[in-house]
Design a protein around this ligand. Structure first.
Ligand SMILES: OC[C@@H]1[C@@H](O)[C@H](O)[C@@H](O)c2nc(CNc3ccccc3)cn21
Length: 444
């Protein structure tokens, strides 16, 4: 069966600054928390880091040429805050600003729409030294940074994403500790989450005040939670899992309040942040679209000995190299749920993709698992559009293999293979297939 997409559907790919740029100490770039974190032995697989990565800072024209040949309509990338404002506030680094000017101009020359993420986890270390996201002042520094970026690029960039995955910024970085800045303090994580959301609201307010022609949104990683049975305990476990993964961020952004049930759950063992009068109104400022990063689902059951009384199961089925279950139905269910529970807002899949082990033979990479993963998810996206969801675009994670955070370069998500020894880029089978999907605007 052929799954056709709307004529104006934005097919694209996504990346992030720290994962691809390299040039970590070049042209005035300041240190980020990921530079600091990745250079601490033990934090990243094989003690790898993003000092060089895919050397995109020097190779961006070649990479844009690949995007052009792939035929993408949009390209989602992030700006490295410390590259443009090395201390996080104050002085601008003109060479850093020029890099993104050149990238944006190159994309537009090739007829590709830039979708810009302001924050994809690489906080300037100078701000971390002042408390980072646990310091409410950082919300103002973020608004200052956003205003500068809107001023520099707002004439050409028409789609802005304030934050990538506040859940990861907060919980992976401040509670679990596997991401920068590597804290293990749940109360700090809740405070960071609040300040990240508040900074989102302040950036949206600045964007509106500047009267720019464009659209602004936020990207959330959302994981639909399914109960292992219809027992009251398992249903409650799925509700708590949904609250922790999804509603802690969806409710403030779209309803202007934290979910009561989760305030009670978190409040039993952590400090709920103090909320000032105007905070929730700012956080729930009207946005133009929601970016959704979908990778997999959670299947859960009640277990009184597990955190929050929720045990995550590992059902039979196919798993990616990240050990994430391949579950395309979860994308359909998630999209319909967002429309039902949070409103009929424009949606973009700002990330979906899979890591599988790639084998290079005679410069060919037959990544059929990744191709089939994408095919199944594209089909579910088409079904969601058929059933009334305003899905406007889809960005595959990722354009190219890159630095996969604590996993270093050991996990490959790219449509394009990167040989890190030579920096050669090689088209995988999935990339050639994706080019055809875009050309036909359909999945067969
Ligand atoms: O892991 C693949 C990508 C990563 O490279 C991106 O920078 C990031 O935006 C990203 N988010 C997810 C999904 N979120 C998630 C959250 C907790 C645990 C595992 C994945 C996957 N990915």
């Amino acid at each position: 069966m052929v799954h056709k997409f709307p004529d104006d559907f934005v097919w694209g790919t996504a990346t992030a600054a720290y994962q691809i740029e390299g040039a970590a100490n070049e042209d005035g770039r300041g240190e980020s928390i990921w530079d600091r974190f990745s250079h601490i032995p033990g934090n990243v697989w094989n003690n790898q880091n993003g000092d060089v990565a895919c050397d995109h800072y020097h190779r961006y024209k070649e990479d844009v040429q690949i995007l052009k040949e792939m035929g993408v309509k949009g390209y989602r990338f992030s700006i490295s805050w410390p590259r443009v404002i090395p201390d996080g506030t104050g002085k601008i680094n003109q060479k850093g600003v020029d890099f993104y000017n050149n990238l944006i101009d190159e994309l537009l020359r090739q007829g590709i729409q830039p979708f810009v993420t302001l924050y994809h986890w690489d906080l300037p270390q100078a701000l971390q030294d002042r408390g980072g996201w646990t310091n409410r002042d950082t919300t103002d520094y973020f608004a200052e940074y956003a205003q500068q970026m809107f001023k520099q690029y707002g004439d050409r960039v028409k789609h802005w994403i304030t934050h990538n995955e506040p859940w990861c910024t907060s919980f992976l970085g401040h509670a679990i500790g596997v991401h920068a800045p590597g804290l293990k303090d749940f109360s700090a994580a809740l405070l960071a989450a609040h300040n990240v959301l508040l900074s989102h609201g302040k950036a949206v307010e600045v964007f509106r005040q500047m009267g720019l022609d464009g659209k602004i949104g936020i990207t959330l990683n959302l994981t639909p939670s399914y109960p292992a049975s219809n027992s009251a305990d398992d249903l409650q476990a799925a509700t708590i899992s949904d609250g922790f993964s999804n509603r802690w961020f969806l409710d403030p952004v779209f309803k202007g309040q934290y979910p009561d049930d989760m305030v009670k759950v978190f409040g039993t063992f952590a400090k709920i942040p103090e909320i000032q009068e105007s905070d929730m109104k700012l956080i729930s400022s009207n946005i133009d679209f929601l970016g959704i990063n979908y990778y997999s689902r959670s299947l859960v059951k009640h277990n009184p000995d597990a955190q929050f009384g929720v045990e995550t199961l590992k059902p039979e089925g196919q798993y990616t190299d990240m050990d994430w279950e391949v579950y395309p139905q979860g994308l359909y269910d998630l999209l319909l749920r967002i429309k039902k529970d949070y409103g009929d807002i424009d949606l973009y899949i700002t990330e979906n993709g899979a890591a599988f082990k790639d084998v290079v033979e005679n410069d060919q990479i037959d990544d059929i698992d990744r191709l089939n993963y994408l095919k199944k998810h594209f089909e579910k996206a088409a079904e969601a559009i058929r059933d009334g969801v305003k899905l406007k675009g889809y960005f595959v994670w990722s354009l190219m293999d890159n630095f996969e955070w604590a996993f270093g370069y050991s996990k490959r998500f790219g449509l394009i293979y990167v040989d890190y020894e030579t920096q050669r880029r090689l088209w995988k089978k999935s990339a050639r297939w994706y080019k055809d999907v875009i050309a036909n605007n359909s999945v067969d």
